[in-house]
Design a protein around this ligand. Sequence first.
Ligand code: BGC
Length: 372
Amino acid sequence: MRKILALLLAFVMLFAMTACSSGTPAATTPEDSNKVDVGIVLPTKDEPRWVQDETRFMEALKSTDYSVEILFSQGSSAKEKENVDALIAKGIKVLIICPHDGGAAAAAVEAAKKEGIKVIAYDRLITGTDAVDYYVTFDSIAVGEAQAKYLVDQTTGTGNPLYLYAGAASDNNAFLFFEGAWNVLQPKIADGTFVIKNSSEAVALQGKAKLTRDEMGKIIGQITTNWDFNEAKNKAEAHLTSAKAEDKGNVFILAPNDGTARAIADAFAADPAVTSYKVTGQDAEKASVQYIIDGKQSMTVFKDVRTLVKDSIGMAVAILGGKQPQTTGSYNNGKVDVKAKQTEVIVVKSDNVKSALVDSGYYPASDFTGLK
Ligand code: BGC
């Protein structure tokens, strides 16, 4: 009898285990409640820039009936692919994606394309694939040109020490920013206004007005911050350690964005042989706006994220409604010309912080101290 009971129990357990492993759902949720229409993937929460974009997306999405999910890739292409796969599984029709690495993201968007999903590259272009349908972006060449023009306008005489820094080589924008800066700086290096102090690759190419992507890659490889504040700080400190006293004095610094600008500015400010420094930035991050008010950062390039968000949501809604999104031009990504919508940028210095950033409703005045 005991044997029969034990056998019976074993049967019951085996049956229960098989039922579980066959994936029988414990509770049934209506499938539709999990459905997402538009998936948004942003590169990292570790930089204020992308948290800013998330906030602006949330504000803009209040008025749409479509279901949207925003995921962050935390600076990892593997995580980014997982995010895209998760959104594909939820049935998205449109993917808005700002890649961590523009080349590596091709695999993720190709998976989306296979499912008939339309892909919008957001701020950063995805390169080397035909699986990108649209691109919403700021005028990134104009960003670099504005940074360089600011530096040129601050110079007097010749022989001004110039320190160059760039973004991550995995980000197509880093090339566009540098290209823009080089357009304006190179003639001023050639005529002796500036002397490059921290890049032998840039010195070797300083006679060339137009650089190839490979040539830019060589310079960026040497002066990259990888968009990382610590890397920027360490690099600036190393440059200052190896620089001679005559390479310091009144210095000019091309810093690619606000986070790296603050890190580099702190390093230069701490060097007693640096009499004064001018440093560029971009993004109008709150911390940098405060630095500008306090005279610790010289300028920033304001990219009104509200416009980029509005344009990408507008494109997504057009696609979902079976319409053709409006574009203003195109960008070649190494494989195809991607139809693009481009937005202008605004230079912000201490004299227009209030009109550009506060009066426009972008930030409340109460976020800053000492604002005039
Ligand atoms: C963006 C910048 C940003 C940088 C670092 C670039 O692609 O255009 O706004 O500061 O990435 O995240």
